[in-house]
Design a protein around this ligand. Structure first.
Ligand code: NAP
Length: 319
């Protein structure tokens, strides 16, 4: 089968399409024929060797895929050959024509959701859910700023929050991105490149500030976030690409807090809730993964460049 292989950590050029042997599912494992694989920023950090997760070389990248169960190993009961599924991590890598997963890593994909959309489910939606509900402890009626709402996690967060009764404000850096954020249900959309957008945010909340901020670029925004929080407000650090200075006094005066988050820290119990919420939303139509761009599997290197460029528009998937 065809797969993308990485033989050394480095730039996008280390992603090479190769012919490799078809993997076989062992006991408790599921073999999935991959129709689409999701490209996440974390795939690029792992590929470059800077992430805490350092797979042994060579490896096939990718956590998120969607496809059809091809075969199951001994003892597997939750899924059967022919089932449509999305993956939540894999054993052998998602950037391939076939991938082996543990039984606990495959979840039903409803008919109404395409495979390309299914490839954009796990990392973005599980992160958005954990940020909003597990770490941010968000409740219906609260106001929310999705700071970076045009990408994978942001669009997922807007959809979850809108369905759960939040007052949602999202930001995007381009006109297309902002239109997309509005289409996902945000009540207000701001331009995070405009000099006065945080003043506009304050005005939108009647001067009070927002209850929760899901922050996609903390190294740029965290200091400013603290000044636009309401009393008891929470910032959830979802993404960060460097250091930042904050004034702790802004937290003190508001009884506010900052919460970190890594999807990889989710407990099995939390993941059960995450997948139940995702499954329900995909089924009832409140969750609709946005596929902005489809590229052939062999163009994984181009996809890794694109996912870090400005002008996000939902997900990039490999087909
Ligand atoms: P993505 O699809 O590439 O989206 C990136 C988002 O950040 C876009 O909405 C982009 O908006 C926005 N952005 C760019 N400049 C910004 C600024 N100055 N202020 C606010 N937002 C800005 O990436 P993603 O998959 O949504 O992931 C978002 C971040 O979270 C990444 O850094 C990723 O590594 C991280 N992440 C962390 C976890 C975790 O477990 N903690 C899990 C998943 C993702 P424009 O392009 O429109 O400007």
């Amino acid at each position: 089968m065809k797969a993308i292989r990485v033989h050394e950590f480095g730039g996008p050029e280390v992603l090479r399409p190769e012919e490799v042997a078809e993997p076989q599912p062992g006991e408790g494992e599921v073999l999935v024929r991959v129709c689409a694989a999701g490209v996440n920023p974390v795939d690029t950090y792992i590929r470059s060797g800077v992430h805490a997760i350092k797979p042994s070389l060579p490896y096939t990248p990718g956590l998120d895929a969607a496809g059809v169960v091809e075969a199951v190993g001994a003892g597997v009961t939750r899924v059967a050959a022919g089932d449509r599924v999305y993956t939540a991590g894999t054993v052998s890598g998602a950037y391939a024509e076939l991938t082996v997963c543990k039984e606990s890593q495959v979840y039903r994909l409803p008919e109404r959701v395409s495979f390309a959309q299914g490839a954009g489910v796990f990392t973005p939606y599980a992160t958005a859910y954990r940020a909003l509900f597990n770490r941010g402890r968000g409740k219906a009626g609260e106001s929310l700023l999705v700071h970076g709402a045009s990408g994978g996690v942001g669009t997922a967060a807007v959809q979850f929050a809108r369905a759960a009764g939040f007052k949602v404000i999202g930001t995007g850096g381009t006109e297309e991105g902002r239109r997309l954020v509005a289409e996902q249900g945000a009540h207000h959309v701001l331009d995070h490149r405009a000099p006065d957008y945080l003043e506009q945010l304050k005005t939108l909340t009647g001067g009070e500030g927002v209850d929760i901020i899901l922050e996609m670029l903390s190294n740029v925004n965290l200091g400013k976030d603290l000044d636009v929080l309401a009393k008891g407000g929470r910032v959830v650090v979802v993404g960060s690409r460097g250091a930042v200075e904050i004034n702790p006094r802004a937290l003190m005066t508001r009884d506010a807090s900052i919460h970190g988050l890594t999807l990889f820290n989710a407990t099995p119990q939390e993941l059960e809730g995450v997948h139940a919420a995702i499954g329900a939303g995909l089924e009832n139509g409140t969750l609709n993964p946005v596929v902005g761009r489809e590229l052939p599997l062999a163009d994984a290197a181009r996809a890794h460049e694109a996912v870090l460029e400005p002008g996000a528009y939902g997900k990039i998937v490999l087909v």
